[in-house]
Design a binder for this molecule. Structure first.
Ligand code: NOJ
Length: 558
């Protein structure tokens, strides 16, 4: 028996409570609003919701500056609302995942306040200190151009503290066993309240040896195992999804060779090369990263995404490739961020071109792993480049053409997009629900098909021979064989599928979108036509095929 683990064949939907739906008119989204839209998410085909941080916080970094790990920001609701929410999700078969920001706290967190107030306090060693300004204080900033250093002097503490991110986010010292114990307790608490997993923020920095000043220190991989052990003891099917923008060859250590550390990781290298493929028509670098993404332990899984709440980070592409992506998708200076990324939403990046949007989604949905969708991308929401930094792509959800996009009856804390082609009067859920050809309804259909193809999340994959502008992949799992073909060019082309990796003689490739059957020729090859920017999904024998080797009979057939 091969265990079918929930996170291997689900669709994760990422949202920030504050931007989803405001139920009480204070201009900020809340749990009651989100609950009101759970049926929408269920209808879309979402299997898990990933909530951005919702704890009490000064929100200088959208809640990634936590003041109370056990709390719920009062503007979003209470613990009661949270538990109602997890219960309502459970009744709909939707899992809840939440952001887990353990690398740093807010500088207003009581631990940090105690640490600066008294050098003998036990909390002092919860953070990382230096008496003198370290020589590398102006190196390694995550937000270059906005963040000035990684060490800041605190007058009250009379010492310098380390912060990989902004100065109001002091790094926790996980070399301290008491800090580790605190962090485990936070995980245990939220599991008890009904979550099924965590999106773990900034994992490479959390476990990094630098900043801790221990000579020859290794990254704290053992902590990843510890946190998984704890979670699985408390709740057997809980998972961790790591945010770690690192090369694929380094990822195995995060999963653990025995599959005993984190369950899932975002595949940033595939994300960056996928955008390069869209910008250039060349799938070569994407194929390389897909090949480099192999060899995971049985329980490990990649998560794939197009856009998230941050900038599209293309910093790891070679210079010439990055230049092409910038030129195509973020040519203006105000579209770019931190010298490495693009702060736009998906739809405007692709010029609102429906064929390119479908192509991008189709590629992402057929990458080996679990797809993660960003709220609003299912309707092709736009961005507001007048907002600072990453805020551009974090505007309120566009529900209808009522005032404030139906997001709030009050004054929205963050402006709703009201002008231009992506304004809420043109782009909203209500309009698209009523239109069977809308992006929303297309996405819903694609998600249904994606979930009917467990081989993508569970199976073994092969990249089939194809010219550079075509990506053709084949998946095999428990006798199911599927083939996905993508044409990166904006012209119609013929393509021949050769050499399926298992003996498929005589069996038709059935197109899942159209139910068209393509029979193999005498040599066992399949001839296809791909439309400009076309994508085609096939299952050998079709989705209704019960027994490997049988062809379903047409009505009235022999
Ligand atoms: C990564 C998050 O995705 C980002 O939004 C945040 O600013 C940093 N971590 C710091 O927590």
């Amino acid at each position: 028996m091969i265990e079918q683990r929930w996170y291997k064949n689900t669709v994760i939907y990422s949202l920030a409570i504050e931007s989803f739906l405001d139920s009480d008119g204070d201009g900020v989204g809340d749990f009651a609003g989100l609950m009101n839209r759970l049926d929408y998410l269920q209808g879309l085909g979402v299997g898990a919701i990933w909530l951005a941080p919702f704890h009490p916080s000064p929100r200088k970094d959208h809640g990634y500056d936590v003041v109370d790990y056990y709390g719920v920001d009062g503007r979003y609701g209470s613990h009661g609302d949270f538990v109602e929410f997890t219960h309502a999700c459970r009744t709909r078969g939707i899992r809840v995942m939440m952001d887990l920001v353990l690398n740093h706290t807010s500088d207003e967190h009581p631990w940090f306040q105690a640490a600066i107030a008294d050098p003998t306090s036990k909390y002092r060693d919860y953070y990382i200190w230096a008496d003198k300004k370290p020589a590398d204080a102006d190196k390694g900033m995550v937000f270059p151009g906005v963040q000035e250093s990684t060490w800041t002097y605190n007058r009250k503490a009379r010492a310098w503290y380390y912060h990989k991110f902004f100065e109001f986010q002091p790094d926790l010292n996980i070399a301290n066993p008491q800090v580790q114990a605190e962090l485990l307790k936070i995980v245990a608490f939220w599991l008890e309240l009904g979550v099924s997993g965590f999106r773990m923020d900034a994992v490479p920095f959390l476990i990094a040896a630098d900043g801790i000043h221990v000579q020859g220190a290794e990254p704290a991989f053992h902590f990843l195992r510890r946190i998984r052990e704890l979670a699985q003891w408390r709740k057997g099917d809980a998972v961790f999804l790591a945010e770690a923008n690192i090369p694929p060859e380094d990822c195995l250590q995060y999963f653990g060779e025995a599959g005993d550390r984190l369950h899932m990781m975002f595949n940033f290298p595939v994300n960056q090369t996928l955008f390069y493929a869209l910008a250039s028509g060349d799938t070569g670098p994407l194929r390389e990263k897909l090949e480099a993404s192999r060899g995971l332990p049985e329980t490990a899984q990649w998560a794939h995404f197009l856009r998230n709440h941050d900038e599209l980070d293309i910093g790891r592409l070679p210079d010439d490739q990055r230049a092409k992506v910038f030129a195509k998708f973020g040519p203006d200076e105000d579209m770019q961020l931190y010298g490495r990324g693009i702060r736009r939403r998906l739809a405007p990046m692709l010029g609102g071109d429906r064929r390119r949007l479908e192509l991008a989604y189709s590629l992402m949905l057929t990458m080996p792993g679990t797809p993660v969708i960003r709220y609003g991308d299912e309707i092709g929401m736009g961005d507001d480049l007048t907002l600072p930094e990453r805020d551009a792509a974090r505007t309120p959800m566009q529900w209808s053409n009522e005032r404030n996009s139906g997001f709030t009856q009050g004054v929205p804390e963050k402006p709703v997009i009201s002008e231009g082609p992506y304004g809420y009067r043109s782009v909203n859920v209500a309009l698209q629900r009523a239109d069977s050809d809308s992006l929303l309804n297309w996405t819903e259909r694609m998600l249904r098909m994606r979930k009917e193809l467990p081989e993508i999340g569970h199976g073994a994959y092969t990249i089939l021979p194809a010219p550079a502008h075509i990506l053709a992949m084949c998946y095999v799992f428990e006798g199911k064989v599927s083939v996905f073909v993508h044409n990166l060019l904006e012209e119609r082309i013929d393509f021949r599928v050769e050499q399926l990796p298992q003996d498929c003689t005589e069996r038709s490739l059935v197109c899942i979108q159209t139910d068209e059957r393509i029979r193999p020729d005498k040599t066992g090859c399949y001839d296809l036509v791909l439309e400009p920017s076309g994508y085609r999904w096939f299952r050998l024998g079709g989705l209704e095929d019960m027994i490997a080797g049988d062809e379903p009979q047409a009505d009235g057939g022999a």
